[in-house]
Design a protein around this ligand. Sequence first.
Ligand SMILES: [Zn+2]
Ligand SMILES: [Zn+2]
Length: 507
Amino acid sequence: MERTLRLAILALLGALCLVDPLGFFATTPAQTDVGDQALERASGSRTVAIGLVSDGGGVSTIPLEVYVARVLAGEAEPGAAEAAQQALAVAVRTYALVNAGRHRREGFDLCDTTHCQVMRTANETSRRAALATAGRVLTLEGTPVEIFYSASCGGRSESAAEVWPGGAKFPYLQSVRDEVHEDEVPWVLDLTLEEIRQALARAGFGGERLRDIDIDARTPSGRVARLRLTGLRPDAMAGDPFRMAVGPRQLRSTAFSLRRNGTSVRFTGVGYGHGVGMCVIGAGRRARRGETVEAILAQYYPGLALTTLDARAVPSESAAPVLAESVRTPVVPPKASGMVVRVPSGSTVSAAELEQLAIHAHESLSRVLGTSVGPVTVELHGSLDGFRYETGRPWWVSAAVTGTTIDLTPAPLLAQRDGMDATLRTAMAELLVSPALAGRPAWVRVGAAKYYSRPTPPDAPSRAVSCPADAELTMAISAAAQREAESRAERCFTRAFARTGDWRVVR
Ligand SMILES: [Zn+2]
Ligand SMILES: [Zn+2]
């Protein structure tokens, strides 16, 4: 969850305290202390393995409810009424349960950074909220589902489909009006065109001068969906990556308007964070005016049910720290072939077939490129959502290379696109050239991968090609734009390679 959440809460807390004559923020005295032991008992055999990424490494396996209390201590609005704390406890628990397979390749369930959920030292309030809601999660048709939450929606939450391409798999995360923000003062951010250009250059955009910036399209909730960046390459960008590039703490949300005055640009907006799912500030206000935990959850997650986890579903005699067995796959040790291959259960392509293709691609490309990498992991995903979730790439990407791992979209989709063999060869070529091309523009790597994956090398273009800026390859806003940029990358590489004859020196 976003680090910005806590900052927003601190900022808003100051404002809220002024309008808190009844002292709701004071902790009610004489409440029974809840210790970790009570939380441990309430967890039954449910535990969660946390990768201590922010704390020197290692894995700590802790009871689920202890984890919920610790995350809550960091994410909750300090002093929020109990119903808001409890609603967030349910969201934190649901998130943990559904995302338990997120780091299976590294040997744990969740990490302790903003990538997953940050933990703090549990306090009395957070322990009490965890215990009061122990085992309760949000479900759709009986199954816990992926949910999100953010600091403040600013008056209208965002539909997941608008923030993350492919977010259509979250039909229950729709945009809803949140009328509790009416008295909030908009935030303002002033930047010069040059400051914006520099931020975008760090994200891989080309172009010497940003001449103008405009909002091109908005989502149905009113957030910025696309910006036009006159003078840069590419000259368009989606709203959410723009916010990340400028800095999510400076540009607090995409619910903004902008006004240009000479070379300076003023952003005026509401809310803090992506705005999808529960709004922590809004939940706090609802709790203070007396809404129940059920009512708060129904506001932000309409269509989801509040369900208690089935105690029988977890074998209590088992000491195995398995939170959600279905999403975990065992870590497969590399074989002599140097390949670790995973296919989904019921896959039409067997692990042995995929392994053969991967070995063949690796061998033939290693020979041509004079480089080798091992062991290589190839994972064929069972669903496009699974692929997108693991890689963070948009729906039109067929394969993603991260270090020595290749993620592939489902086999039927690969068959419709370039075919599994061609996709795997391109990905393998990218994996093999990447270490030697580190620090070079992205078109060198992408172009080399496409060039070497072909059965016969393409002819060098006779005329100069404009090589794509990094962002044209990594932040394309459509499948067509992506294809066009990749094609230019290949032609650029082919032309440069024809001059040097050595792929390692192309730049
Ligand atoms: Zn993580
Ligand atoms: Zn809200």
